[in-house]
Every structure is written in C-alpha cells, then in structure tokens.
Design a protein around this ligand. Structure first.
Ligand code: GDP
Length: 533
C-alpha cells in the first residue's frame, strides 16, 4: 500500500507511523515545524506536494497526517473525521499509558477502515469493477439513499479532489469548537434499511454481526479453537503453545494479558479470572479449552441482561396517558445527540410520534445541532408518524428542569408517544456538574435513563459508568447503556465488560457509525468471541 499515516509533534518528531513510510512526509513535517503551513480554523488542512495530496489535523500540539495520490475519491470530511479519530485514539491511549500494541491495533484499524471506504467508493463509482467487500456468509449491505442530490465535484486550486460521496452527515464535533458548521441540506442523507428487520408489525434493530469482516470468516473447530483464514488467533496460539493440559496459573496469566489487550480494565479482568479459578476449585491443571469454556460462560453471564431490553414492548405495551420519556446522558462528545437521533429514527419506523427536547441548555450550538438532526429526520421520515423539537433556548439554574417539564406537557397535549431528552455533556468526575442530574431526574422522572459511553474510552469507562449510575440518587439507576463508536475499535470491545460489570446496567444498543441506521443490538456471542479468540 502506498498510503501512509503518521502522528508527530510540533518539533517534527514522529511519534507514530503506520508503515515505516515517513519519507514522503519530510517536506510536510519540515513546513509544520517551521510554521510555514497555516491550519484553518478547523485545524484541518490539505496540502499538495510532490504529486501527493496531504491531509493533516492538529490538536494539543500534536499532528496527524496522511497522503493520497493526487486525486482521491474519498470525501475530505471522511478523511478529516478519520484523522480526528486517530489523534483522539493516540492521545487517549498514551495518556492512559496503554500498551503500544493496542495503540497500533486501533490506529491501524481506523486507517484501514478509511482505505476500505476508498475501495467501496471506487466500487460505487465503477460497479463493473466492484468486488465484494465481504466474503462468506455475511449479508451485503443495502444502501437506501434518500433526498439524493446531484453529486457535487469539489475543486481545489483547479484540481478535482472529491466526487460527492459524503458520510459526514452527522458530524458536528468540530462545530462545537466553533469551526465547521452543521451539515446543510446539500448533503446526502443515507440510511441503510437492512439494519432493521420486521417482526409482526414491529421494526427491530438487527444484531451486531459484521463489524470485523475477517473474523466473520473464522470457523470454530471442535476443540473450541478458532480456525482463522488469516492471522492465527490468540486461542490457536495458546493451544499449540501449551499442548493438552496446562498449569492453571500459567493459563490465567495468558488470558489476563489477552483480556487487558482487548481494553478490559486490569482490575476487572483480574476479578473475572479469579471467579474462573474459583470454579476450578483445587484443580491445578486444565486444558486450554476447559479454561476458555468457563471464561466464555462467565463473560456471557456478565453481558446477559437480567432485565428486559425490549424497549418497544415496554413502550407499546403500557397503558399510560403520559408520553414515554427517555433521557440520554454521558460525557461530552461521546455521541449523545447522534444516538438520540438514531433512536428517534427507529421509533419513527415503528410509527411512534417523537418529540425531541433540547435540554443541553448549556453548550452553545447544542440546540441548533439538535435542530439539524430533527430536520434531517423530518426529511427522512417516510412514516405517518411525526417528529419535532421542543426547545426553550439556553439558560442555567432551573432552566433544564422547566424545559423538560414543559416538553412532557406539550407532548401529552399534542399526542406524542415519546419524549427524547438530550442533556448537556458533563465530566463524570466533577461533582458540581453531576449534582444537577439528580434534580433533573426527579423532575422529569424519565421512564428510561440511557447513558451513552464510547467504546474507545478504555480504563476510564468504569468511573464514568459508576458516577453516572450514582448521579440520580439511591433509588434511581441508569437503565441502559448505548456503547457508541464500536466501529472505531475493531475487536477491542472490552469497554462493554468494564461498564456492565461495574454497574450491572445492560447494553441496549451499540452505535456503529454516523448515519441514523448505524445502530445494532448486542450479539453477546460475537462480543465474547472477539474477547477470547
Ligand atoms: P455529544 O456531544 O455526546 O452529543 O456527541 P455527538 O452526538 O455530537 O457526537 C460526537 C461525534 O461522534 C460526532 O462527530 C458524531 O458523528 C460521532 N459519532 C457518534 N456516534 C458515532 C458512532 O457510533 N460511530 C462513529 N464513528 N462516530 C460517531
């Protein structure tokens, strides 16, 4: 592959490189280190040098950059988003002093996703040369394009750089920092209706299946190992290394490393493995398969909800005048409003009337951002149900509580079935910011409180989950998690275990991208396979 990606600092030192190809970046790094390249307000630039097109983003005195051959079919916004994600990953993992192999795995995955996207765009542009992205049994994705506008060519210094395919529909993260504005109506709104399935008169969200295409090809053999077509799996290696039986301490150590490498907190994985060892009692020797089976059972138990996650049943089955109230909480930037909009889209598909209430009355631009979502959803809505926004602008003190109460009354009068309340993102460790959640919870009395947590967050996920779970007082807990950005972590899905084990709060959905249909139900077997293979 000719493309490459690097992370470097302001003095030009390369901190991370994708495939040992730093040479093409030399001029570029030199220009940055000598301040001869200026970044735009969005901290993003594109730059042409030596027949290559460079793209770079900067944050906290760190830069990440990649290049393409001069003409690329990938939308610039998609590139910006990937660079942003890569830098976020780098900062988070190095801050937490995480293992460098995990860093490499995640960044490589994010970069490869972009390259895979490039292949897909090519295939769309030239269907005759299209080769299947997924092989084997996975269902090809159907893409349903609504409000399709004429494809836009973009030009840069007289040169065509993009050809209209745009996945940035829901990306306003930079707009929070006052740079890139929310998407406008010229952008395509893409939804993939194959994300849903029909059951009687209900539209259900499908399970996670194909986040990792390669592991789709894995086959499980009779001894419980995974016969991967590509790189040998952890369990295969373990089995061949240890042979038939093994000292229980030794195999515990190996699995401890494996779980931690998948983003499970060291203390959590220790606790899980202690439970496994207790199950073996006085046994000192086990086979790798015996050990793995017990671990699989334990992880499955942790992820299996002990309450119903059938939200539609709950909503449709009750007999109540009051609309069903759901509020979404979480730290800043995790995807609260995006996932709230995904829920709204799904409810509309189920012929439910949805009122979205803007209760992030704190962050400038939050109400406008939500309005963009609602306008998008109105455009996409092909059902007989209605959607609207309820907002009372910005304000501190009791403004949030008042807005929520007014929204619920309004919804009741206007026959809305559901009120979805967006709340301000807050730092979970800041008591001053967390305290108002209790007052809000008492006043709005939501039927469900859902915390959105990022799959990427790693070790901090436990504290986030515990603090949000405790924020509503002794008698009220979180009801569900939505784990967002699962599409950006590959098989490093340990955050789910961290959050669920710390709180016993079940996972309702996973966010797997930025369109309104990028939402999946948990497939516990699949997640446990990713963690143990
Ligand atoms: P909020 O501040 O918590 O409301 O976060 P937003 O909903 O504004 O989302 C922050 C950024 O994350 C936006 O760029 C979203 O498009 C992006 N995002 C949200 N969910 C996902 C997801 O599941 N996958 C990916 N790749 N990006 C997501």
């Amino acid at each position: 592959m000719s493309q490459s990606l690097i992370v470097f600092d302001a003095s030009g030192v390369v901190r991370y490189q994708y495939n040992n190809k730093t040479n093409p970046f030399n001029d570029f790094i030199y220009a940055i280190a000598n301040d001869t390249v200026l970044y735009h307000d969005s901290n993003f630039i594109s730059f042409k040098s030596n027949q290559r097109k460079f793209y770079s983003i900067k944050r906290d005195k760190l830069y990440t950059a990649l290049y393409f051959e001069v003409v690329t079919t990938i939308d610039q916004e998609k590139i910006r988003q990937t660079l942003n994600d890569v830098l976020k990953t780098y900062l988070k993992l190095t801050e937490n002093d995480e293992d460098s192999s995990k860093l490499k795995k995640l960044i490589d995955y994010q970069f490869n996703q972009l390259m895979q996207y490039k292949q897909q765009v090519k295939a769309v542009d030239n269907p005759s040369s299209a080769s299947p992205i997924n092989s084997g049994t996975s269902t090809p994705k159907k893409t349903h394009v609504t409000n399709s506008k004429k494809k836009m060519r973009k030009w840069d210094n007289g040169e065509m750089v993009e050809d209209g395919v745009d996945e940035s529909i829901l990306d306003y993260s930079e707009s929070k920092e006052g740079s890139v504005g929310p998407s406008d109506n010229t952008q395509q709104l893409k939804v993939d209706l194959s994300s849903f399935s029909h059951q009687d008169d209900l539209i259900l969200v499908n399970e996670l299946n194909d986040i990792l295409d390669d592991s789709e090809d894995d086959e499980t053999t009779q001894d419980g190992s995974s016969k991967s077509k590509g790189v040998s799996s952890f369990f295969n290696k373990l089995s061949s290394y240890f042979g038939s039986t093994v000292d229980i301490q030794e195999i515990t150590k190996k699995f401890q490393d494996q779980l931690v490498s998948k983003n499970i907190h060291p203390a959590t994985s220790k606790l899980i493995l202690e439970r496994i060892n207790n199950k073996f009692g006085n046994k000192t020797q086990v086979t790798p398969k015996e050990y793995k089976d017990v671990l699989v059972e334990e992880l499955t138990k942790i992820l299996t909800p002990n309450v119903s996650t059938d939200l539609l049943y709950d909503i449709k089955g009750r007999n109540n005048q009051r609309p069903y109230v759901i509020s979404v909480v979480g730290v800043n930037g995790v995807g609260k409003s995006t996932n709230l909009a995904k829920l709204a889209y799904w409810f509309l598909q189920n012929n439910l009337n949805v009122l979205i209430c803007a209760c992030d009355t704190f962050r400038s631009g939050a109400v406008e951002q939500l309005k963009v979502h609602v306008n998008n959803l109105k455009t996409l809505n092909n059902s007989t149900s209605k959607i609207d926004i309820f907002e009372k602008g910005y304000g501190g003190g009791d403004h949030v509580v008042t807005t929520a109460k007014l929204a619920i009354n309004h919804a009741q009068q206007e026959s809305y079935d559901i009120v979805l309340i967006d709340t301000a993102g807050r730092t979970h460790s800041n008591a001053k910011l967390m305290t108002p959640l209790k007052k809000f919870g008492d006043a709005a009395n939501p039927d469900k409180i859902i915390m959105v947590g990022e799959a990427l967050v790693g070790t901090d996920s436990i504290d986030q989950a515990i603090n949000f779970n405790n924020a509503f007082g002794n008698r009220r807990n979180l009801d569900f998690f939505i784990i967002s950005k699962v599409d950006t972590v590959g098989d490093l899905v340990g955050t789910m275990i961290n959050m669920v084990m710390a709180t016993k709060v079940p996972i309702l959905f996973m966010g797997t991208g930025q369109t309104y249909t990028d939402i999946k139900r948990l497939n516990i077997k699949r997640i446990v396979d990713m963690l143990t293979n």
